[in-house]
Design a protein around this ligand. Sequence first.
Ligand code: G6P
Length: 618
Amino acid sequence: MCGIVGYLGERPILPLLIKGLHRLEYRGYDSAGVAIVPQAGGDIKGLQLFKKKGKVADLVAEIGSAEPQGRAGIGHTRWATHGAPNDVNAHPHLSGNGRLALIHNGIIENFHPLKESLAQRGHTFESETDTEVLVHLIEEILAIEGCDLFTAVRNALAEVVGAYAIAVIDTQDPDVIVVGRKSSPLVLGIGDGEYFVASDATPIVEYTKNVVYLEDEEIARISLQDGLKIRTIGNHTVTPVVEALEMEMEAIEKGGYEHFMLKEIHEQPRSIADCLRGRVRLDHGVVRMAGIDDHCEMWTAASRVIVVGCGTSWHAGLVAEYLFEDFARIPVEVEYASEFRYRNPVINKGDIVIAISQSGETADTLAAIRMARERGAHIFGVCNVVGSSIAREADSGAYTHAGPEIGVASTKAFTAQVAVLALVALRVGELRGKIDGATFGRMLVELQSVPEKLESILAQEQTIVEIAKAYAHAPNALFLGRGYNFPVALEGALKLKEISYIHAEGYPAAEMKHGPIALIDEDMPIFFVATQDAHYEKVVSNMQEVKARGGRIIAVVTRGDTHAAALSEHIIEVPKTADALVPLLSTVPFQLLSYHIAVLLKRDVDQPRNLAKSVTVE
Ligand code: G6P
């Protein structure tokens, strides 16, 4: 969702901010803007502000040949919440007197009463946003005699209920940026005589690897003269902790691929290998995971696992349910974080909550773990983004190590989540004495062979392109699977609808008879996952039922299959593996299929309409 970028230093500021905005595009947005403070004593007076509905390219066109100057600037990509995506609602927003400019990611929940009381005191507003209210509030506090910007921002944020990451610039203090955060990420890059501010590290990595992750309820004043100073909203001084950024430039470039999504699909052999590296020791037949090994007793005694997540991560949670039941024999519940957080769940001592999140910033998942922790659960995070909020707030956890995922539709993060969860289930099963040595050893061997098997699926891309051509214009699609492949069916349908905008549903194959069967006709592609696992014969029966009604079947089958293949118009083969690991393979044909259908339909694959990569509002 909204993206924040800021710069303080001597580099040409506009190109740097625009490049930063391009790096943030993947988060999802519908308008963009920049504001730059002119240098003191120069010819330019007042904030240089440009905002535009649409893409960053539209903003660049709006700026045209203007050459704003200055050492402090902020830029923003906005994903509309309060008010339509238009030029006026786009950030930055200015104070009434035009002195301050502010950008904001998140939601100010009490903006109505704040706005009303400001209006009573004479403030007028141009936009419908909650953000404009905040900059007016800061302006009002700043007007109090002796108050500086740092204090004004701190006092204003003390009045705010909600989530935010903000950055503010001030025409009367042209070498300063003040930032703050609560429940929305903010990273500060520390260069040589220059500073960077961003929602995530992607706009920063090109310039410096020294970063400071701002913590919740912290406010920072960054000054070219005085350096970085951090205080809490409660006015306690915080010593900045500079960390080394673990990210390479190539990870955030397309590397010759047409889209990030395609690159990320093709990265999966490597991302799974990275995820297993150092954790699976085939020679010793062991799984090493510090997040589990440091809490052996807790896992041995655990009475229940509750998995929370959203979107694709929730689908990984569904796979985890099967994994934990099979290998660790622990009762599992899988919950949408958005529902779980507002229920009144019974959480008992001995419950472990696994929070799955690629970004580690999803607002609902973050709120769900906070609620569960308050009720006494241990939180185990499965995140991809190192240093993200969920990763830091979890009591223990395991990173997926998939590398930055830029395409909005999650691909390599999903398979890495499933791989990590398989390792966790195996390790916990071992600790609890629920898995025999032979099965354990065989699963490790199978896991290690996944990268190679993924290569052989990716090699069938041309077959998948032909299938995509045959079904790109279908208005609806149904995805069916059973057992471990039921979540794969859900994920297949989600991928297709996310990026092609074709209506698609995923269902357990047998449940089809209770509804979706009514939709089947000769125009309806039905995508089956019919791999040779425990449910194979049952799935084949479901395929017969579809075939008898004239449905067009496309099936993901095990290499060499003839039975399910005979019922299908098209097949995509995946190598044989253990039932529990099939999702790692059977998901990939659907990723490629959705990708190529979206390309054929000329969709914006990496930034599909209305979607956001990192959903930082509930
Ligand atoms: C958004 C993304 C999805 C993602 C979901 C959960 O909807 O577009 O790809 O699965 O959020 O995100 P998380 O970062 O928590 O995995």
